[in-house]
Ligand binder design. Structure first.
Ligand code: IP8
Length: 263
């Protein structure tokens, strides 16, 4: 069934809400700013349905990197420690979201998502739909999940793509620490130009900065994944969440913020 609602998926990047060089530390100044923008936008847009997803940053990525460097894989202890770290981050974020009056509900991905033999990720989308129908805002996050005979990291980005496709979202907003996509790597070239609008099939021609920190990949990977999942007919926006007002304006459809990628 296709849901005819006005749904936006907001992915709060781990590098925006946590400090990557100081493990297990939340950037409360940024988080408070972002949740108040979310609350203001929701107040002004009564028809808007929202799913919030957050990344792992100095919580999940830090713990997974630590176990990968010691045992080379995610074993049961690593799974447990990672899901615990992500639960801590999620609970802290939830407290802030509740504090601004948003009716949020946490859906821990390790309890609903699983990787199948063919590599597909399965989950019960009806549960999420039901929460949305009943006026709640589901909050999910990058997490560790069960694979067939291993444990895997499921990126919040992948969850964003799956939900956007399965729940018929209008838009995904990736809240990052960069202004959007550039015609060349802005970390290397001072004359790099911010792109306002890109077609998904043009992504391959762009040069992206590599993140050495994330165990789940770079911006390139984040955006190419939409093509892999066959996402069509939605806008994806990459915005800088460290700039005050950007998230609020993006939720209101202000086209001057960040880069819009058309899938
Ligand atoms: O930051 C990764 O989620 P992401 C979560 O959305 C873990 O890629 C557990 C590393």
């Amino acid at each position: 069934m296709r849901y005819n609602w006005y749904l936006k998926v907001v992915k709060l990047g781990g590098s925006v809400i946590t400090l990557k060089d100081m493990p297990m530390t939340i950037r409360y100044d940024v988080v408070k700013q972002l949740v108040s923008e979310l609350a203001d936008a929701v107040k002004g847009l009564p028809d808007l349905k929202l799913v919030i997803i957050h990344g792992g940053g100095g919580f999940g990525h830090y713990v997974v990197r630590k176990c990968l460097s010691s045992s080379g894989r995610i074993d049961s202890m690593c799974f447990s420690e990672t899901s615990y770290a992500m639960t801590l981050l999620n609970t802290s974020l939830l407290k802030e979201l509740l504090g601004v009056g948003l009716p949020v509900v946490s859906i821990p991905p390790h309890t609903v998502f699983k990787a199948e033999v063919d590599g597909r990720v399965s989950y019960d989308k009806n549960l999420i739909i039901e929460y949305l129908v009943r006026g709640l805002i589901p909050v999910l996050y990058g997490d560790v999940v069960l694979g067939v005979d291993s444990f895997l990291v499921l990126s919040g980005d992948t969850i964003a793509w799956l939900l956007a496709k399965d729940l018929n979202a209008h838009e995904i907003i990736f809240v990052t620490d960069v202004d959007g996509l550039f015609d060349k790597d802005p970390k290397k070239y001072s004359d790099a130009r911010l792109l306002k609008y890109v077609r998904a099939d043009e992504l391959v021609n762009l040069e992206f900065s590599q993140s050495e920190y994330d165990v789940t990949g770079s911006m390139m990977f984040k955006l190419m994944e939409g093509l892999k999942h066959g996402v069509k007919g939605i806008n994806v926006r990459v915005v800088n969440g460290l700039v005050k007002g950007n998230l609020y304006k993006s939720l209101h459809g202000n086209s001057s913020i960040g880069t819009v990628i058309k899938y």
